[in-house]
Design a protein around this ligand. Structure first.
Ligand code: ATP
Ligand code: MG
Length: 470
């Protein structure tokens, strides 16, 4: 499957029309996903950057104009064509106002549809040469600096808002680049402590020997090199928030001291006997498994429970790919101020597909860097395309698949092996789709007729009869 082909989402509740249109479009080389409702269309759009949405306007439930708006909001570059009932001109006018490129009235000739689709694509191509990027993301899809529209991110925003209103200690976990620090800042800025400081300390960035002095401060002469009095980070964060990043690397003895701060709300500077009262909210973060460290005796269990009062997990990007288009828009808008405002930068659907298929081990930070790089490479062009993306994305097979096949030492029978793999994958596709051959074929990147043929050939006991005699 090449990303160059035109991917079309067909939304039509009349089964006969839907199936006939889908089959004929597939025969003309379109990659088609056909669904029967607006609800199903929104699900598809969350997962995949289609080039064209062809939707019936009148649908039970979520109607075509809602599908249209949702498509354009997520993918400013998508081409929308609506199908209207006979004689409902006003519907068509409204759809065009909402951003549809064109419409076609029922009943239509298939050739007529092909023509409308081709010219809509062409029109969009011309228009996007100086297209306008909607940089104003909707408020509801962000919380402070965090952007996201997936269900998991919206849940996270709610949780962050609730937590911000409480004084509790928070433990943020998640892979590198998932936004732990951003989440910590968001909590602080929404809390009653917002007028005071947010003090961040990355425990792994300070040498172990200096970490204690950094946190607790010291008096002059407390140790070699302590030439003056110094306020520690904990004190600096008084009445504000202390963000302790990578807490997992702290030594056991320092952990004991931190525990005391959390329990007694007091500390002494190094080399001093005076006890200082502090009022700080601690937010800790780690991408190590603290529970594992506790098990290995490297992290105090009591401190773990003190920190883990409210655990918040930041999901990896590959588990919420539907946030990618929005994040890309966000970073493009933020990182391209040097381009003239008249030439807002857009991203092709093909480039988005490549980005949505990648596994992003470095999560959002890696995505941000990829966008920055693409903007630099695209220089005077106002459109980011696949060639501007980092090579590791372009070479990647879909969805982070790793090579799973190794050649056994004594070799194998390739045709038999391939036939076996084929049988297994077809079986899975049919299971997943409840035996729906059209959908299973789509999952496999095959034409329905090809799938039907393969199924027939692969049926146990039939291979011999069906295979051409050699
Ligand atoms: N939901 C989001 N929306 C917009 N930008 C985000 C989001 N999440 C993370 N970022 C951006 O991604 C980058 C990495 O985020 P952050 O530093 O908060 O990650 P982290 O989890 O602390 O990573 P690490 O574990 O490597 O320290 C930052 O530039 C941040 O602004
Ligand atoms: Mg961080």
């Amino acid at each position: 499957m090449t990303a160059k082909e035109t991917h079309l989402l067909l939304v039509e509740d009349e089964a006969a029309l839907r199936e006939a249109t889908a089959e004929r479009l597939i025969d003309r080389g379109y990659r088609v996903v056909a669904v029967e409702s607006g609800e199903a269309a929104l699900e598809q759009l969350a997962e995949f950057a289609f080039d064209i949405v062809l939707t019936d306007l009148r649908l039970p439930g979520i109607d075509g104009s809602a599908v249209l708006s949702a498509s354009l909001e997520r993918y400013p570059e998508i081409v929308c064509v609506v199908v209207t009932g006979f004689g409902t001109v006003q519907d068509a006018v409204n759809a065009i106002k909402l951003g549809a490129v064109d419409f076609i009235a029922k009943p239509f000739q298939f050739e007529q549809l092909l023509h409308v689709l081709a010219s809509a694509l062409e029109q969009r191509r011309l228009r996007s040469e100086n297209a306008y990027l909607r940089s104003q993301l909707e408020e509801r899809y962000r919380f402070e600096g965090l952007v996201g529209q997936s269900a998991r991110m919206r849940e996270l925003f709610d949780l962050l808002e609730t937590v911000a209103a409480s004084p509790s200690t928070v433990l943020l976990t998640g892979e590198t680049g998932t936004g732990k620090e951003l989440a910590a800042r968001a909590i602080h800025h929404n809390s009653v402590r917002r007028a005071h400081r947010f003090v961040a300390l990355n425990c792994s960035a300070v040498p172990e020997t200096l970490l204690e002095a950094e946190l607790f401060g010291h008096v002059k002469g407390a140790f070699t090199g302590a030439v003056a009095n110094r306020t520690g980070r904990i004190e600096t964060a008084h009445q504000g928030t202390l963000f302790l990043d990578e807490v997992g690397v702290m030594s056991i003895s320092l952990q004991a001291k931190l525990l005391r701060v959390l329990q007694e709300r007091e500390l002494e500077r190094l080399g001093d006997t005076r006890t200082i009262k502090v009022d700080v909210r601690v937010i800790a973060a780690t991408n190590a498994d603290l529970q594992q460290l506790v098990g290995d005796g490297l992290f105090r269990e009591d401190l773990y429970y003190r920190l883990n009062v409210i655990p918040i997990f930041l999901p990896p990007l590959r588990e919420r790919r539907e946030d990618i288009p929005l994040l890309v828009q966000h970073f493009v808008a933020r990182l391209s101020p040097h381009k003239k405002p008249a030439q807002k930068v857009t991203v092709t659907q093909e480039a988005l597909r490549v980005m949505m298929a990648y596994a992003w081990p470095g999560n959002i930070r890696q995505l941000e860097n990829a966008v920055e790089r693409a903007l630099a490479l695209s220089r005077d062009r106002t459109q980011i395309d696949v060639q501007d993306l980092p090579p590791e994305l372009r070479d990647n097979s879909p969805a982070g698949q790793e090579p799973t096949v190794t050649l056994p030492a004594d070799g194998l029978d390739l045709p038999l092996y391939i036939a076996d793999v084929e049988r297994q994958l077809i079986g899975q596709a049919l299971d997943e789709t409840g035996g729906n051959r059209q959908q299973a074929a789509r999952r496999l990147g095959l034409k329905r007729t090809t799938l039907v043929e393969k199924v027939r050939r692969l049926q146990p006991g039939q291979e011999k009869r069906q295979l051409p005699p050699k």
